[in-house]
Design a binder for this molecule. Sequence first.
Ligand code: IVH
Length: 673
Amino acid sequence: MPAATRGTEKKIEALRDKIRHHEYRYYVLDDPEISDAEFDQLMIELQKIESEHPNLITPDSPTQRVGGKPREGFVKAPHSSPMLSLDNTYNEDELRNWERRVHELNGREDIDYVCELKLDGMSLALHYENGKLVRGITRGDGTIGEDVTLNVRTVRSIPLSIPLDKLKKAGIPASFEVRGEMLMPIAAFRKMNEEREQKGLSVFANPRNATAGTVRQLEPSITAQRRLDYFTYALLKDGRNHFDRHWETLNALDAAGFKVNRTRKLASTFDQIWTFIEQEEPKRETLPYEIDGIVIKVDRRTLQQELGYTGKAPRWAIAYKYAARGGITGIEDILVQVGRTGKLTPVAALKPVPIGGTTVSRATLHNLDEIDRLGVKIGDWVEVERGGDVIPKVTRVIEDKDHPRGHKSFHMPERCPVCGGHVVRTEGEADHRCVNANCPAKLRETILHFASRGVMNIDGLGDALVTQLTDRKLVKNVADIYKLTKEDLFSLERMGDKSAQNVLDEIESSKKLPLERVIYGLGIRFVGERTAQFLAEHFGSMDALMKASEEELQEVNEVGPRIAQSIVEFFQEPKNRALVEQLQLLGLRLTGTRKQRGTKLAGKTFVLTGTLTHFTRDEAKKMIEDAGGRVSGSVSKKTDFVVAGDDAGSKLDKAKELGVKVIGEKEMREMLD
Ligand code: IVH
């Protein structure tokens, strides 16, 4: 190797170590030493050197967390030894009985226990070989899980590699397995749900479901954005606990750089265990993640082995589950809140009741279906629960002699309580929504979406500026962006002459963007980037789109009844039509070029699988779509053709199983010609 390359290699490795150290400070210890900007700078520097020397890129470089994609779903992977679950106890007596049995079974007096938080996520095994992360496996059925390595690699508190001398110092062999809990912090969970709601996708019920959904995501770059976290609690070698004591295991994992929960205690009596349980319960409220109890484990491995297992759970460990945080109170009224996406949520106004350390006076009823399901009326007594989703919810109506039923039924308003716009409920959906794009409740999000990169691309019109503009009523709808003057901007905080001019320039140049961006920017429910493109190509002008009927809209590629109805409802609202008129007067491009898609493959659904030799999947997809066909990601009875390239896997099997016609690349080309 030439000396110059050796020099660069050394420099790269030093930079990687520096970045790994700061990742550890930030993601494992929650105690950063440098600012985010300084950290980003180090990453940029590393990326730059690596792009100049691609031969020096290694899989464990901090730049390589996101890379590749599982080709077709996840592959099954066996566990080194069964991943067990835990038996649960729900009160002091049950726990006391367990502790007594442990004593009786092994006949000893002096037993040490380790108490840990029971983290509410999903368990996951990580395999390291020669200090390098090689595999991440979900629990699955306990014996066989799924290989989710590419997603696991994106979690920044999981080390991609650990220096062998560090492992040695911690008493850990070079090849080993850790087990622990993957979880989504509450803040990340809320943010993700907000974004999903904005896009018209279903929201996850709690952080645990969100974690499972994210770990089993087929697109690792999405997993990377969702900020999962991982705490370890077991260290195995060849499927067996490596250390003699569990307490030692936790400390060794800590020393090796894994994230180990700091809230843990070594106890030697039942009273000490119980004190820990009682101490930790109120602290749940302030933790950044969800826990649902405490796990108590016998510390010594020899005693663990003596105690053994019952069915799927060890006798040497048990979970003490905290009670769901709930209370009983009366519903004084049912109000309607309008969210940032225009969704109307019925909210119960409650007689204030203390639950889990806070006073609760509001609880969500989600939607009309939920009110019907619960049979709730104003004046009822109800049970209210606070779960992982933080906003308390009504879980059931109480009815007994002390809790008489209420009589007043709730009706969803026909007009939005914030702006008076029309309220609609799309068929087959649970939610009611305000369709007025200018509704103040939606305004901030609407503006941010409109200005964002993939839409009108107005750089500088970010969170802070939009908040000021909407708070001061300088922008009341997206058209107002184009009426802003330098004086308006100059009057805002932290806005100098130059930055004001930059924003105005950005706004001006956004006027040149094509019709599909404006359609996408309007924030019509279910109309994403792709649909907007199809609509622009099909209708060629905003005017024609506005006049289209549901039937006409359904002629457009990928537009079904749900999207068609949403578009019609949007343009039925006079406020939205007025908005489009204003955008036209302000000089935005509301016409484009019509592009008639071919009809050769109209109505036919294709699934692409395996490696194609003549074009990339994206190219093949585009060709099919241009000919009027549709490309789907999964095989079902509705699939017309599966195009199988080399090494086609599970999708090909599925096609055969369902009797779907399988064709090769050549036949696909013939169909297109
Ligand atoms: S020990 C044999 N420790 O709870 C030991 N599990 O209900 C099995 N969990 O599947 C696991 N926090 O996903 C252990 N500190 C902790 C835990 C924990 C959460 C989860 C884990 C397990 C489930 C059993």
